[in-house]
Design a protein around this ligand. Structure first.
Ligand code: ADP
Ligand code: MG
Ligand code: MG
Length: 211
């Protein structure tokens, strides 16, 4: 489908659904190298986002409006590390132009802005076993797909695959940022929960674009 405001709303609703569906998995991942709240925090945040969408008197006018609603709601409801990180990601993403629909460069710009927001907020580089390790390969895969002339939906599909590959690749890493870094070497051998939730959210974006 065209990546317009309806797509953005569908992306958000699908994100809420997939985070809810995978809540226990995210809790378990965070229990292994953190404090076990990632699934619950994120599920609560996206539930609040959906409630706000449902309560709007008029449908949101632009993609930016949708993403700004996600940003402010996640910032005020998720807490922990992930709330401000996802909040900043969606806030930056909400600022990429006011076009009615995203073309392939628009999609790349949105993903780059989100990654930029996460890095600005959390100061993690690639390889520190955080959500940056999902978003970095997601952006690289999106750029590559766009360079090869892929349509916007395929750019998102490539980003989603890149994110999941990046999340899987966090398993052997030793965490040097966030709560998992308290474990030092013992953080190795576990998948980073924020990288996994990032892959789920990007898969939701691609699925919304595919239908
Ligand atoms: P908390 O650790 O405060 O309980 P969450 O459990 O909700 O927060 O989120 C943990 C996730 O946040 C980690 O799995 C990691 O992906 C991400 N994270 C933590 N610190 C950073 C950081 N500085 N930069 C990027 N991502 C981070
Ligand atoms: Mg946690
Ligand atoms: Mg916590």
């Amino acid at each position: 489908m065209t990546l317009d405001v309806a797509w953005a709303v569908d992306w958000v609703r699908r994100s809420a659904a997939t985070v809810d569906e995978h809540r226990d998995e995210l809790v378990e991942l965070d229990r292994q190298i953190g404090d076990g709240d990632h699934g619950e925090n994120l599920a609560r945040g996206f539930r609040a986002v959906v409630a706000k969408l449902d309560a709007l008197e008029a449908p949101p006018a632009t993609i930016g409006d949708v993403l700004r609603l996600v940003a402010t709601t996640l910032m005020s409801t998720v807490g922990g590390a992930a709330g401000p990180l996802y909040g900043t990601a969606f806030l930056r993403a909400s600022k990429v132009g006011s076009a009615a629909a995203l073309d392939r460069d628009g999609v790349v710009g949105l993903l780059e802005a989100a990654l930029d927001g996460i890095v600005t907020r959390g100061r993690a580089g690639a390889g520190e076993k955080t959500m940056v390790d999902a978003w970095t390969p997601a952006v690289a895969a999106a750029v590559d797909a766009a360079d090869h002339g892929a349509p916007p939906s395929q750019v998102l599909a490539a980003a989603a695959r890149g994110a999941q590959a990046g999340a899987d690749a966090t398993v052997p890493l030793v965490a040097t940022k966030g709560r998992a870094s308290y474990l030092g070497e013992r953080s190795a051998g576990h998948l980073d929960p924020g990288a996994r939730s990032s892959a789920l959210i990007l898969a939701a974006a691609a699925e919304a674009a595919a239908d």
